[in-house]
Design a protein around this ligand. Structure first.
Ligand SMILES: Cc1cc2nc3c(=O)[nH]c(=O)nc-3n(C[C@H](O)[C@H](O)[C@H](O)COP(=O)(O)OP(=O)(O)OC[C@H]3O[C@@H](n4cnc5c(N)ncnc54)[C@H](O)[C@@H]3O)c2cc1C
Length: 431
């Protein structure tokens, strides 16, 4: 039975960046456990690929995410340039459809300053300015953020894995954790009946994080839901109708979803999406049901757990029906984007993009939990509800988590710092 000082579950962007930081600071026996045969096979490669600037994040209620995404922009840029990775400075315009949504953009301008975005990188544009900037973009107004970038987070994760491995981290692939605990020696059992033990567990298992936390007797009062985000790829001849990423102001601010955006990807393609279609598991990339047992258990959880409160929320039900319709009908999805890019037509979109699944957590009051949930066990730490802009914020947020583990005495080992792309002390002092 292999023994480790630290076991991290999940080789997505979060687990891999945390392993990188630990490997640059200590000489410890660390493993990253992953059920797939490579890193970033799920959300970390199945997203919009935008390095977000936090103008839309409430500086008080979402402070950690805002600081993480502001600081990480420069960290990713350093990493991308050193390793010649995709870094496409495309910019984002968030559009308002009417005066009421424009007020939200005015609020975002204030949040942008509070969150530390340099003033010259954000500006409010009226409908005429918008047309000057993008002749096919029709909206009441827009907030233009020149700082936003498109990249490929799957490639970033792969490169960080190599760096972490060079420093001694062991990646254990094809190992699915089916059971664990929070004892003085944490025991992790896999589907093939093999076992490893660790002195400390860090749970970064994305769409399964809540389930793993519950195995350690934590987070009992929370439930989660899985929403698939689907994309359509624009045929290349129409891809330059608009050259900037276009997002919209959320219609339902209580839910963590926006209307589908117009996305310029770092590989040169243009897509629309994602919508938010409820599915049974964090990996139901096609169809609606997936594994039958998982579906039955999810349906039971919905009717017996926190989600039942949402079933009486008319805004939620109205949002769901719209999202579902845009999954079964391409035209319905395109119509949503046509509201701000009237020239596009359903026939311009002939191929599906790569779908990804968000797993928001629902509180006992039936509300979507707004920010990341960090749960502390006796010998374990769990990161749950790590949703957008999670990929953007990963390097700074991971440093913040490692600092937190140090402060709580979970990393009470002598440090042996190695050369790193980023400065740990400098970053953690910014939170
Ligand atoms: C549609 C969509 C669009 C998004 N767009 C953006 C964007 O533009 N910009 C941005 O910053 N963020 C975006 N995000 C959010 C971002 O992608 C996520 O916050 C981030 O990738 C989460 O990383 P993670 O490492 O926590 O999860 P994951 O990448 O899902 O990694 C978790 C890993 O744990 C493994 N695992 C799970 N259970 C087990 C188990 N029992 N045993 C072993 N391994 C296990 C999984 O196989 C997986 O590899 C988007 C998300 C979605 C879904």
């Amino acid at each position: 039975m292999e023994k480790f000082d630290i076991a991290i579950i999940g080789a997505g962007i979060l687990g891999t960046t945390i392993s990188y930081w630990i490997s640059t600071l200590y000489d410890l026996n660390v493993c990253v456990i992953e059920k797939e045969n490579d890193v970033a096979q799920h959300t970390s490669s199945r997203n919009t690929g935008v390095v977000h600037s936090p103008f839309y994040l409430d500086p008080k209620k979402r402070k950690t995410s805002a600081v993480s995404s502001l600081v990480s922009h420069d960290l990713w840029e350093i990493f991308a340039k050193k390793k010649s990775l995709p870094w496409f400075e495309v910019g984002t315009i968030q559009v308002a459809a009417d005066e009421q949504q424009h007020k939200t953009l005015e609020k975002y301008m204030k949040w942008s300053v509070k969150n530390g975005i340099p003033e010259k990188q954000v500006e409010l544009l009226d409908s005429k300015d918008l047309l000057k900037k993008e002749s096919n973009l029709h909206a009441y107004s827009g907030l233009y953020c020149s700082r936003d970038v498109s990249t490929d987070y799957g490639i970033f994760t792969k490169e960080l894995q190599k760096e972490s491995e060079k420093n001694g981290t062991k990646f254990l692939f094809n190992k699915e954790v089916i059971d664990t605990n929070d004892n003085s020696e944490v025991k992790l059992t896999f589907t093939d009946d093999s076992v490893v033990t660790a002195k400390f567990l860090i749970n970064c298992s994305g769409g399964n994080s809540l389930d793993i936390a519950k195995k350690c007797n934590l987070a009992k009062k929370y439930d989660d839901l899985h929403f698939r985000g689907e994309y359509w790829i624009c045929d290349q001849s129409y891809a330059d109708l608009v050259k900037t990423n276009i997002y919209t102001v959320a219609r339902f601010s209580e839910f963590p979803f926006l209307d589908p955006h117009w996305i310029k990807r770092s590989n040169g393609t243009t897509e629309i999406g994602p919508n938010a279609v409820p599915v049974a598991t964090p990996e139901t990339y096609e169809g609606y049901v997936g594994d039958l047992n998982a579906t039955v258990s999810k349906i039971r959880e919905i009717f017996e757990g926190n989600v039942k409160h949402l079933l009486t929320n008319s805004s939620f039900l109205s949002m769901l029906s719209k999202e579902f319709f845009s999954s079964v009908s391409k035209t319905a999805m395109v119509n949503r984007v046509q509201k701000f890019i009237p020239k596009i037509k359903p026939e311009y979109f002939t191929k599906h993009g790569t779908a990804g699944i968000r797993t928001p957590v629902i509180s006992s009051k039936g509300e979507f939990v707004k920010d990341i949930l960090e749960l502390v066990g006796k010998n374990s730490f769990h990161i749950v509800n790590y949703n957008s802009p999670g990929a953007t914020g990963a390097p700074a947020y991971s440093a913040y988590i490692v600092k937190k583990l140090q402060d709580k005495g979970f990393l009470d080992y002598s440090q042996k710092p190695k050369e790193s792309f980023w400065n740990f002390e400098e970053i953690t002092s910014l939170f």
